[in-house]
Ligand binder design. Structure first.
Ligand SMILES: [Zn+2]
Length: 77
């Protein structure tokens, strides 16, 4: 499966826009642990990930690569 990347300027997270169209000023994003559960970053997290609160995509904010998906998050409608 081809890697997916969200849109925006990697040097400025405020410009990040998820493939679903969500962005930091829409539904927004949350920090996420490795199991893709939203939460506050903890010291033992070896990699910071964020989860799109609209579609549940898990995103690496350094590379803008989509690292996974959390089916429990997003699409609240
Ligand atoms: Zn999304």
């Amino acid at each position: 499966m081809a890697k997916e990347y969200i849109f925006g300027d990697k040097t400025d997270w405020d410009t990040a826009e998820c493939i679903c169209g969500n962005h930091a000023f829409g539904d927004g994003f949350s920090d996420s642990d490795k199991l893709c559960n939203p939460g506050k970053p903890k010291k033992d997290w070896d990699l910071r990930l964020v989860v799109c609160l609209h579609c549940g995509r898990i995103i690496n904010p350094e590379t803008f690569e989509v690292a996974g998906e959390n089916p429990k998050v997003g699409v609240f409608a």
